[in-house]
Design a protein around this ligand. Structure first.
Ligand SMILES: Nc1ncnc2c1ncn2[C@@H]1O[C@H](COP(=O)(O)OP(=O)(O)OP(=O)(O)O)[C@@H](O)[C@H]1O
Ligand SMILES: [Mg+2]
Length: 294
């Protein structure tokens, strides 16, 4: 699906959701498009304003968590320093971040406080998640005695992420870095949970990404505690044994599960009401969590 791109900057990479432009040796412009990926396939329809919501929510959390870990944000450039066209500035302002150009670690730092999604599938098959043994007879959406770190590989384009054990991350990153990443992911999740709880939201699980600079300094990168990277449930809707209604991608995933689609590209066209409801869910996650309207 085509989303607008900035004409006079050098587009160096395109993820499923983000477009990365070169600024200089040490900085990139990270633009979050309205593209929607589900089951690792980019769908043909964008979700209006999703890129702004994800960017603004990430900025909110970056600020909240800067005493836990350094993040990739940079104030060395403003968007206005990079592009002059006013309509481009207007379109991209709230969906872009100037960030340090870092080396992303090849793992996804997933933390789960509840048993749902691939964690629930893993538990049903093995009684454990990423090698962490859990007690018997837990139900779907059960809260875990304490949050667990369940890392995954960062899959190549078109591949699916795969759950791995903590020991595998030690093989990939070395003991010291693997341990720091785990501790930071757990601390960030716990910060998010405490904030969200006051707003009536459960963060069931989430995924963080980290990157290193040339000197080996570790930074939180990418997006933080957004509806794309997390599962958000209203405390009042929470119920054991079911997949609770959510303020995130799960609404769309549940719709897609009703279709006869094999989850390979190309993805299906979405009905207008599904697009609008998804956009509204993302927007309300932002409003509830930040307390701001836009
Ligand atoms: N500060 C940074 N420096 C370098 N790379 C970064 C930085 N922040 C994020 N990235 C990388 O930019 C890419 C963002 O693109 P996007 O989120 O579309 O990725 P994706 O992994 O393809 O999609 P999805 O999040 O749906 O799995 C990721 O590969 C991420 O690791
Ligand atoms: Mg991503």
């Amino acid at each position: 699906m085509n989303t607008p791109i900035i004409q006079n900057l050098d587009l160096v990479a395109q993820g499923k959701v983000r477009d990365i432009y070169a600024i200089d040796q040490d900085h990139i412009l990270l633009v979050t498009s309205d593209r929607m990926s589900a089951f690792d396939v980019v769908l043909p329809d964008p979700i209006p304003n999703k890129g702004e919501v994800l960017t603004q929510l990430s900025l909110f959390w970056f600020e909240q968590t800067e005493n836990i870990v350094a993040n990739h944000l940079s104030n060395k450039f403003m968007l206005e320093d990079l592009i002059q066209n006013q309509s481009e500035i207007d379109y991209f302002k709230k969906r872009s971040m100037v960030v340090k150009r870092l080396h992303p670690l090849p793992i996804e730092a997933v933390v789960r406080g509840y048993l749902i999604g691939s964690g629930w599938k893993d538990y049903q098959a093995n009684g454990s998640v990423c090698g962490i043994e859990l007690e018997d007879n837990l139900q779907m959406a059960a809260q875990l005695p304490e949050p667990i770190y369940t890392p995954a590989t960062k899959a190549e384009f078109g591949e699916h992420d795969e759950n791995i054990t903590y020991e595998t991350t030690v093989d990939i990153l070395g003991e010291d870095l693997a341990n720091r990443v785990r501790n930071l992911a757990l601390a960030l999740y716990s910060h998010g949970v405490q904030h969200a709880k006051k707003r009536g939201i459960i963060i069931a699980d989430t995924k963080f990404e980290f990157g290193l600079d040339e000197n080996g300094k570790l930074y939180l990168i990418d997006e933080v505690l957004t509806p794309d990277s997390s599962r958000f449930w209203a405390i009042e809707d929470y119920q054991l044994g079911i997949s609770p209604p959510s303020f995130d991608k799960q609404y769309l995933r549940d719709y897609l599960e009703t279709l006869d689609w094999d989850k390979t590209a190309p993805g299906p066209k979405l009905p207008q009401d599904i697009i609008e409801n998804t956009a509204a869910k993302y927007k309300s996650a932002y409003k509830i969590i930040t307390g701001k309207n836009n």
